[in-house]
Design a protein around this ligand. Structure first.
Ligand code: UDP
Length: 320
């Protein structure tokens, strides 16, 4: 297929673009490089360096079989302080994309959604049938886009799939996570191992979990990317399908820090800090629907293995 990857110079987008190219697809990346990196675009892939708002019509006029839409603002804290950036940057921009796809007859969409659409869970593991009550603006904007996709699919025959990611981690060779502002646990812990931070702050050790620290579902970015390839194949005209993507295995903050110690050989000092606002105690996915309907199964479920790939990538950036 000929596919447009928005945000293909970012973390998940670049890994996905690389896997798509390896699977024989023709890929074009549209990215304004506001948070992405030009050198994260896989070899042989054309990069259109522009925003969706100004460029999407011209690009889709070339004719595409589908769009994988990763381009988004994705910092939870920032979304609370500057909601306009998120409502415009995520929702308005995605509506422009949907309208352009309609105008140019682009048949398929795979959308990068998030577990943040669910908010504080009533039950874990979280299934797609769980209530959607986002507790932050970021999650609210992603949920709004999901709603828009549902109605465009029903009314205009779009074949759409939303993938709701849990905690994406790991790397794929030279494609990995490098954010200007880092808020995610594993990259932060690895920065301590690299000597770029003195210690990691553990946000609370009095949660109702086995060791008192929060539990999350870390999914390897390559497993995640492979779900996108399957989603493309399973997208059905006029339908909007939604799948949660996680390992189904929860790891606590302490377990993550221990895995990083084991992989890096660094003592990684950790201090307990107050709880972070908006953090639920436990977020673990049920990916049963993706397993059954997409035939997808995460293969890289070992936490140390996930951390090892992230560590190799992080060190390669330092030229270590
Ligand atoms: N966390 C932490 N210290 C940090 C960053 C994160 O203790 O410096 C915790 C955070 O409270 C959460 C887990 O690690 O329980 C994962 O956080 P992250 O920001 O990576 O992902 P989130 O689950 O918020 O999407």
């Amino acid at each position: 297929m000929k596919l447009l990857v928005t945000g293909g110079a970012g973390y998940v987008g670049s890994v996905c673009a690389a896997r798509l190219v390896e699977s024989g697809h023709e890929v074009v990346v549209l990215d304004d490089l506001s948070t992405g990196h030009a050198d994260a675009v896989p070899d042989g892939v054309r990069l259109v360096e522009a925003g969706i708002d100004e460029a999407i019509g011209g690009v889709l006029a070339e004719g595409f079989d589908g769009v994988l839409h990763f381009a988004a603002k994705s910092l939870v804290g920032e979304s609370m302080q500057d909601p306009a950036k998120y409502w415009h940057g995520n929702v308005v921009t995605s509506l422009r994309l949907l309208d352009a796809m309609r105008e140019h007859g682009t048949p398929r969409l795979v959308f990068s959604s998030t577990a943040a659409t669910y908010g504080e869970p009533e039950q874990v593991p979280i299934a797609e049938t769980a209530p959607t009550r986002p507790t932050n603006t970021y999650g609210a904007t992603k949920l709004a886009i999901d709603h828009a996709i549902t109605s465009y699919a029903a009314a205009h025959g779009l074949a759409a799939v939303s993938l709701r990611y849990f905690n994406v981690a790991g790397a794929y060779g030279r494609f990995g996570e490098r954010h200007g502002v880092e808020t995610h646990l594993i990259p932060i812990v690895l920065q301590v191992a690299l000597g770029k931070r003195e210690q990691v702050q553990v946000y609370g050790d009095d949660w109702p979990t086995d060791d008192g620290t929060c539990v999350r579902d870390y999914i390897h970015v390559v497993d995640l990317a492979d779900a996108h390839l399957r989603a493309l194949e399973h997208a059905a005209t006029g339908e909007h399908r939604i799948y949660n993507l996680g390992n189904g295995l929860g790891f606590s903050v302490r377990q993550v820090v221990d895995a990083c110690r084991e992989v890096t050989g660094h003592p990684i000092p950790a201090d307990v800090a107050p709880r972070r606002a908006g953090d639920p105690a436990v977020l673990v996915a049920s990916s049963e629907r993706a397993r059954t309907e997409l035939g997808w199964k995460p293969e890289r479920v070992d936490l140390a293995g996930i951390v090892r790939d992230a560590w190799e990538f992080t060190r390669s950036l330092q030229g270590a």
